[in-house]
Design a protein around this ligand. Structure first.
Ligand code: PBG
Length: 329
């Protein structure tokens, strides 16, 4: 049957009918809130390239965690801004049980118990003097197997401090199996792994590198380990390997420009898929809103809904607190 009997606008005519026909639901429970930790007490440092986002000292992170609980945001993702004097070529600060990340984990756990999930990024870039995610050889090449050994130590360090979800973002080969084995070996059977399985060498990470203080340090790029933005099949192979190695869930990153990857991964594997709406995407929305090119609240909710529609179980987004407030009305 076609027009005039079929009129798709009929279902769109009223708000109640649109609500009834809605296929996708976005709620605060879909959000993971990335937060940047810095040294000190009572410190809030606004990040110039991420308007509206700050680095917080540990006490501020605890306050944000309580805010997340109130807003119904189930999980935080923590990233440290390591002091320059604690950065080294081998990134050994990542293994320090009293590093900024571990102190933040313990403080949030003390304050919130199991009320909020704690996801930790595994990669050495916040700790290395050269800004790369792993150990480098004399030519500046990031060496895989030696790096994996350090990442295993970093993961155990985070698990001991209370991390619930270990999220390796380094793109080394074989790291998921190595980390899973080490976690099992130390009795962390219930610590999850969310693998940054399809992480692209993207131009959208600029403000993040400001936020963790690695902008001036990084020489060159990350193209020998992060994926070529031109590739899709390779993403499926990455996801397949990470699932086989023991990942509980996988991530696609960046987000909006890679929704085709989300969809393909979701169709190919029965596994929870998350996406990271990264710093450059956040900055674009903020810039558009500031320029009067769009309504911030509407842009935020529409983009986040798009992740759900594409097949995501949830989204890491710096807009998490704003979105949760809007969704709660
Ligand atoms: C660290 C890491 C990065 C991001 C998350 N984890 C930066 C990078 O790979 O250079 C980017 C997140 C963002 O841009 O919001 N490996």
């Amino acid at each position: 049957m076609t027009y005039p009997h079929t009129r798709l606008r009929r279902a769109r005519a009223t708000a109640w009918s649109r609500a009834l026909h809605r296929e996708t639901l976005l709620t605060p429970a879909d959000l993971i809130w990335p937060l940047f930790v810095t040294e000190g007490e009572g410190v809030e440092e606004p990040i110039g390239s991420l308007p509206g986002v700050s680095r917080w000292s540990v006490d501020g992170i605890v306050a944000r965690a309580k805010e997340a609980v109130e807003l119904g945001i189930p999980c935080l993702a923590l990233f440290p801004n390591t002091q320059p004097e604690r950065r080294s070529d081998d990134g050994r600060e990542a293994l320090n049980p009293d590093n900024l990340m571990c102190r933040a984990l313990r403080a949030v756990r003390d304050a919130c118990g199991d009320g909020v999930g704690l996801l930790t990024d595994v990669a050495l870039d916040p700790y290395t003097a050269h800004g790369q995610d792993g150990l480098v050889d004399a030519n500046g090449y990031v060496i895989n197997d030696e790096t994996v050994e350090v990442l295993v130590g970093q993961s155990l360090n985070q698990a001991r401090a209370g991390a619930d979800i270990i999220a390796p973002s380094d793109m080394m080969d074989g790291r998921i199996a190595a980390i899973r084995e080490a976690l099992e070996g130390e009795g962390y059977a219930n610590v999850q792994i969310m693998s940054y399985a399809a992480k692209y060498a993207s131009a959208f990470y600029g403000p993040f590198r400001d936020a963790v203080g690695s902008t001036g340090l990084l020489k060159g790029d990350k193209k020998t380990y992060q994926m070529d933005p031109a590739n899709t099949e390779e993403a499926l192979r990455e996801v397949e390997l990470d699932i086989a190695e023991g990942a509980d869930s996988v991530m696609v990153k960046p987000g909006l420009p890679y929704l085709d990857i989300v969809r393909r991964v979701k169709e190919a594997f029965e596994v929870p898929v998350f996406a990271y709406q990264v710093s450059g995407e956040y900055a674009m929305i903020e810039a558009a809103a500031a320029a009067g090119a769009g309504d911030r609240d509407a842009l935020v909710l529409e983009t986040l809904l798009a992740f759900k529609r594409a097949g995501c179980s949830g989204v890491l987004t710096y807009h998490a607190p704003l979105a949760a407030r809007l969704l709660r009305g």
